[in-house]
Design a protein around this ligand. Sequence first.
Ligand code: ADP
Length: 620
Amino acid sequence: MKSTRPMQGLKRMLLISIGGLLALVVLIFLAWSGLAQHGNAAAADMLLRLDHRSPALASKNVILLAIDDETVSRYGPLPIDRALLAEALKRVATAKPSVLVVDMLLSERTTPTADASLAGALSRFPTVVLATALEIPTHDKQSEWLKPLPEFESRALALGHVHIEPDPDGVTRTLLLAKSNSDQRYWALGFEAFRARMGVQSSLIESANAVQAGTYRVPARTFNDRLLWIHYAGPEGTFQHVNVASVLDHRAQLSIFSGKIVILGVTALGAGDRIFTPFSTGLGMSGIEIHANIFNTLATGAYLIPLSPMAELFSVFAIAALIAAAVWWRQGRFLIPIAITGVFLIPVLSYVLFRRGVIVPAASWIVVQIGASLIAFLVHTLFVRRRLLEAIVGKQDYAFRLQAVAHEIRTPLTAIHASSQLITDVDVPECKKEEIAERIHRESGRLAGVMTAFLDVERIAAGVLKLKRQQIDLAQVAADAADRAALLAQKRNIAIKQDLDPVTVPADGELLQFAIYNLLVNAIKFSPESSSVHITLRSDKKSARLSVIDEGCGIEPVEQKHIFERFYRARQHNGAQPGSGVGLALVKEIVTQHGGSVEVASEPGKGSSFIVLLPREVTE
Ligand code: ADP
């Protein structure tokens, strides 16, 4: 049935939209998943490696004093004899470096003389920062801090923890600025080195979002245990290296240590102290290089701050919403440009924001962007398909109607054609010519009528014929329509009986009169001679109810469904009665545009009632 088609269409579109939205939600969860998080980390690594400024950011103030493979092979094995280390440090101390950072756990005793000489060497540095770490916990014992021997600790300004916090993929991107067990907390070695160097050892103010050391604000938030992204300056070797062997061999130029921060530690591959970083090749990075990078991040203030989880979620939703909106906006015209632009824009935006120190979930964004675009295309295609099908059906409908109109036009046109030929014939008597002229007049009038009806129904359906609404006296309008139909009724000896209660409705009087007239003409047309047609008007608070009731042939139930369709004519009448099959379609269109409805109740052989309901107030 015609009237249910838009409903079905609406339902289907609603289902498609809901399906699309559900798919979007799944997608957003996918963007939240571990896989996407790996992707986000990988994207951040790539941006870090792309960031050409980084090596330039590497502090020239840091020198790594490495116990490297050469040192181990010449002075090894590990651990290197503390007396030898002490000797090297004494030499370095002569160059007056500003801070000595020792990335070695000096918690165990070796020989008394070696330990004493190392303690002596440490005391030659103005500022010393030593390493500490939590021992590996056992099931019966809580892990404790492995601290340097007292003779070393007494010479240190601070102890810093040397724990690393690798991500699930084994890459170390962040550090815990502070680490604690139940009774003590230590700041990271790199942070302690920074504080020592900047002379802000004493003052430390902690807030939820940052740790303030003097005038330096470190944006490490409590919500993620004061995790700080390390802005790696580059791969291994970015910071200046000097090995212990070259110092012991007098090969090193000691003046390069002057005023610098010296970070001492093991880099020898055999030590196994290698950590994977975004810059790592297969070997990983040495601990001291990582501490240098941590110090460097703090010293340059080039912090990398990830979006907060809320902002991340919001951004992912915003992308999904933008693409969902693109399906609707201007009928999806911008869907493809938006989808493609997004794919290119995300990496660019990620890079720009990275340069400003913001780490974005680029992989999640891309997943949502591409996934949402695909869903959007699917939804859009389904919509377009639906519209196309509707257009095809509409076109078929239209072609059918045109055919019907052509058929209606052909009959009068044939009559006019034949008559016009006759009229020029001199043999035809004058009185006959008058009759012919009369026929031409009648048939051309019918022709004009069919055309007007066709155009009217098209215009009303297209909403071109605008209603000229005003408060009208519906009883008067109905009475006028009855007057117009009276002549036709008289011809067939049919009585039009009026029972009209006064009621006003906001309506276009002319169109309504036309509609009522059509109902009356049908009632007369399809009634036997000498019967009656009743027109009644009743009203309540909300609506007016106008009925046109006849005692005619009635309409078969199967036909009743179709009689309001354009150009539909009940089979039994097709050909028997003149008509175009648009009358009721027009009535329905007019009544619907007024916010009302029209219904038929009919029993074949007994008669029909057409009931028009009109609202008494404008409803749209
Ligand atoms: P037309 O009257 O020009 O054929 P309509 O759209 O007015 O076109 O009516 C469509 C069809 O509905 C008619 O052909 C007829 O079969 C049926 N119909 C309309 N009104 C009545 C009626 N009062 N009694 C019986 N049949 C009717």
